[in-house]
Design a protein around this ligand. Sequence first.
Ligand SMILES: Cc1cc2nc3c(=O)[nH]c(=O)nc-3n(C[C@H](O)[C@H](O)[C@H](O)COP(=O)(O)OP(=O)(O)OC[C@H]3O[C@@H](n4cnc5c(N)ncnc54)[C@H](O)[C@@H]3O)c2cc1C
Length: 488
Amino acid sequence: MDSATIDSVESEFPKSCGVIVPGPGTELHRVMARWSDVGLSRPALIVTPTTREDVIAAIQYATTHGLQVVPGGGGHGVAVPIHSRTLYLNMRMFNHVAVDTTNSLVTFGGGATNEEVLDACVKEGYYTVIANSGAVGMVGMVLGGGFSLFSGMHGLPIDHVESVEVIIASGKVLNLDSSSKGEDGALFNTICGGGNGLGVVTNMTMRAFPITPLKLEEGNKIWTRRLVFPGPAIEDVVKLFLSLTPTPQMQPLLMLVRAPPTAPTPEMPLILLTLTYCGSAHDAELFSREAKLHELRSAISDQTCLTPLGDFFEGTKALNAHGDFKEQHSARTMNLSPTSLVKAFYRWQQFGEEVQDARAHTIALFTMYSPEVTIKNGTCDTNKRKPFLGRNRPFFSQTIKWYSKEETKALADKYSTDMMCIIREDDASSGLRPITLPNNMQIGSDLGEGYSSEMISVMKNLRAVWDERSLFCGLGDKVEKLPTEFAP
Ligand SMILES: Cc1cc2nc3c(=O)[nH]c(=O)nc-3n(C[C@H](O)[C@H](O)[C@H](O)COP(=O)(O)OP(=O)(O)OC[C@H]3O[C@@H](n4cnc5c(N)ncnc54)[C@H](O)[C@@H]3O)c2cc1C
C-alpha cells in the first residue's frame, strides 16, 4: 500500500489513535497478536484507540467504508472471524483498572486482561470472579457468560456485573446498569452473557470480594494438590475423580495432557488430577484425606503447593501461546459417567496418535463444581434476564484442539465432534439438551447450545434495534462468502 493512501486513511482518525493499514505483503502475525489462527486473515484496518473519541471515529470510519467492527480484548476468542472487511479495534490501551475498596467494586477498561484485573484487586486485598487464564480479556469473558474457579463460591462472572459503558453502532456512549429501563435495561442484561456484537464496551464495573474471609494460608495463598498418573491408570483415576464431592471452595479438575519434551518419555499420555482449595490449608488437607487420594498408588508424582493468589495464572501460561490453529469445545452437563470419561480419554489418546501435529498440545479437561450459588444467583431479579443456560449443571468438560497444519482441520473437527458426543451421551440418554459455554463457541456455532430460543430472540431484536446495519459481528454469525478486498 502506498504511503499517500496510508496517510489519507490515518488523516480520518484522531492523532491519539493508532492506525495500521496492512497491505497484501504485510506478515499477519507482525500486526495481529491472537491466540488462534482459526478464522483469522488480514483485516482491512487495525485501529488502536486510546480514548472514547477514537472508538467513535473508528465506528464512523467503518460505517462510511462498509467495514465490520470487531473489538479485540485479550484476543483469546475464536467465535468471530477477522477478514478483509474487518476493522479490528484493538482495545489494548483500555487496560486501566481501579479498585473501590469502600464499595467493594472493581472497574476496568474494555481491553484489561484477567491478570491485570486480578493484580490490581490483590494489591488492595480483593479478588473477583476471574477466568483461569490471565491473558483472557475480562470484558470478552463476561460477554460470553464466564466460568471461574470461584464459581462454586460466587456463581458466574455475569452475576457480579454492576455497570457497563458501551459505545453503540450510532457512536452514542451509553452508561447502563441494573436500574436501566426498557431497551437500555435489556441491553445491559444481554451484554452480560450474550454480549458479542452489541457494541464496544469501554468500561465495566464488577463486584470485588475481600480476600481475608477466605482464610487462605499465610493470608493469600491458594492450596493446590496435583497428582500425575500414567495413561493406563485412567479407570482408577476416573473412579476416584467422580467419587469426589465438590464444595464451594473445592473444584476438582481432571486433565489429559501429553508429557513435555523434557520428560523421560516425551508425549506420553498423562492424567493430571488437581484439587484447588480456596480456604485454609488445614481444611484442604482434611478434604484431601477424606477423598482418599493416597489410596491411588499409581501416581508418578504427587505435589502439594501454596500459590499466592496474585500468581494464580502461572499454571495456565503455556495455554496462552499465540498462533497455530486452536479451538475450544465445551459441554456443560448434568451427568458424566465413568464409562463416558474413560471413552473420552481413549478418543483423545487416539487423536494424538493419529495426528502428529496435534499430539503435543491437544488437551482435554473435566471439572465439576458445586452449582448452588450459581442457581441461587439466577433467581434474583437482577440476574434473571442475563442470558445463560443450565445454571444447575455441575460438570464442565472441554477439549482444546491445537494443531499447526491447516490440513489437519478435518480430522480435528471429527475429533471434537466425537468428544462432545461422548461427553454428552449420559445427558442425551436422560433427554437433556446439549449446552455449552458461549465463551467456547466457534465461528457459525449453533446459538441454541448456549441460549434458549427466548434469549436468542431477545439478542436478535436488540441487535436489530441497536445495530440495524450489522456493524458488529456476533456469535453464530456466518460469513456467507469471502468478502471483497478493502480499497481505501
Ligand atoms: C486459554 C484460555 C483459557 C480460557 N479460560 C476461560 C475461563 O476460565 N472462563 C471462561 O469463562 N472463559 C475462558 N476462556 C474463554 C474466553 O473467555 C473467551 O474466548 C473470550 O471470548 C475471550 O475474550 P478475549 O477478550 O480474550 O478475546 P477476543 O478475541 O479479543 O474477544 C472475544 C470476543 O469478545 C469481543 N470483545 C472483546 N472485548 C470487547 C470489548 N471491549 N467490547 C466489545 N466486544 C469485545 C470480541 O469482539 C470477540 O467477539 C478461555 C479461553 C482460552 C483460550
